[in-house]
Each structure stands twice: as C-alpha cells, then as structure tokens.
Design a protein. Structure first.
Length: 174
C-alpha cells in the first residue's frame, strides 16, 4: 500500500533521492515487521518474547512508521501545492487532495505516536499490538479512500467551488 504512495511521490516529484530514501525506509519497515512476526512464531508466548532484540524491532518499526507517513504526507502536500493551477476547477481538485493528505497523514502519524507511547509506557500490555492492527486497517482504508477520492473528483470536476481556500462541491455548499 505504501508502495502506491511512493509511486505517487515519484509521479509528482521526479526526485530520485527522495524516492530512494523513502523506499529504503519502507523496505526496512517491512523487514522489521517480518522480524517481529518471526520472533512471535518462534517464541510462542508473550513472556518468552520479551527481550532487547524484540523491543528494538518494535521501537524501530513504529519509529519508521512515523517517519514514512510524515515524509509521504509532507511530500505530497508540497508538490500538490506547487502544482496549483489557475483554473478554478483544478484548484478545487488540488485543494481536496491536499486536504486528504493532511488528514490521512495526521491520523496515521498520530496513531503511530500513540502506539509508540503505549509501547513505551506499558510494553507488557498488548494494547500497542491492537493499535498496530488498527494502523494497518486505516492504511488500507486510506489507500482505497485515495483511489475513490481521485475518481470522485474526476467525475465532479465541474461542480467544485472554492470558499476561503476550502473547496467543496455544489451539493454541500449552502
């Protein structure tokens, strides 16, 4: 899923250094997730799983989640803002996409930070594992939301209006 966003970053930025750095972080992130899963299968119980190796894997995994989500959201917002058009309909579409990336980026980073806080405060509780599952579900929903939003904005292009920098379609405008 994050590969889709990295591809979008490439489409907008054409900056190989940014894409390589994000891809390396993403590959490290996936590797750490796999490491955590393998440790879970090898040890079987939570009491035997606790240890410095597993703790570092979880900490680095969540920290990479924060970094990757921040990079993707800020990069997309930056390049979308740079591509503002003088056409009113295109400004509305770009504003909606910027709003989408701000919202999803903030939620994903907040969820990752919350996961990190729960893990650091109470690593023996499995609350952080539940938050990781919620993160995965939200990431999938964000991807599908992005695809649906893009399609919706393409079909509603002529109905977008802008009020005070926030765009909306005629149906929601008062």
């Amino acid at each position: 899923m994050l590969r889709f966003y990295v591809h979008r970053m490439w489409t907008f930025s054409r900056n190989p250094a940014l894409i390589i750095a994000t891809s390396v972080l993403l590959i490290g992130h996936i590797g750490l997730y796999i490491n955590c899963a393998i440790n879970g299968f090898e040890h079987g119980t939570w009491q035997r799983l606790e240890g410095p190796g597993y703790n570092r894997s979880v900490l680095f995994t969540v920290a990479l989640s924060i970094a990757i989500d921040s990079i993707i959201a800020s990069t997309m917002i930056y390049y979308l803002y740079r591509r503002h058009s003088s056409l009113k309909t295109m400004q509305g579409i770009v504003n909606w996409l910027i709003l989408y990336f701000v919202n999803t980026g903030v939620v994903l980073v907040a969820l990752s930070v919350t996961t990190l806080i729960f893990y650091l405060k109470a690593p023996g509780d499995m609350v952080y594992a539940g938050l990781i599952l919620i993160y995965a579900r939200f990431l999938a929903n964000a991807l599908f939301g992005s695809l649906n939003a893009r399609q919706h904005l393409r079909t509603k292009r002529h109905e977008l209006v802008t009020f005070g920098g926030v765009s909306m379609n005629h149906e929601t405008a008062l």
